[in-house]
Design a protein around this ligand. Sequence first.
Ligand code: HEC
Length: 143
Amino acid sequence: MKFVTKSLIAGFVLTAGVAFASEATEPTVKARQDLMDTIAMNTKVLGEMAGGKTAYDAAAATAAKDALVAASAEIGAKFEPQATDPKTKAKAEIWTNWDDFLKKATALNAAATALDASSAETIGAGMGAVGGACKDCHSTYQM
Ligand code: HEC
């Protein structure tokens, strides 16, 4: 069961990696995509340690957790201006359901804050909630 969870995390992290670099040029859209890339990068660091793909490193794990907490706290500010770009994948529903979008951003921040970075096992235990928060928002608000 534990192993299945780890495989799912690894698969999720891979998918997130493929989605990198949509490269919008409109500055507001680019800034929110860059924020998402920062979120994805740090999630990947944690996911790879949890899955045993990289060795557990306490300093790197703590730095990735802290970066994820900080970046997820910025989602609201970066997405609030309704800018667009031919390369955006943000659905217009974000701004018509703004409170729900914010709730999903807060859920990621809470999952990242609750994540215990003190071992690969504890990271693994917290990654389901983190990955679930990404998926919950993307499935509703990402094209
Ligand atoms: C509250 C909603 C929300 C949450 C939570 C969220 N995302 Fe996103 N994400 C989006 C939206 C919306 C876009 C599309 C942005 C755009 O293209 O303008 C996006 C885009 C992305 C992109 C593509 C960035 C690019 O360069 O185009 C990646 C990668 C990504 N998210 C990863 C993640 C990961 C990993 C998590 C969880 C750890 C996560 N996201 C959590 C809403 C969210």
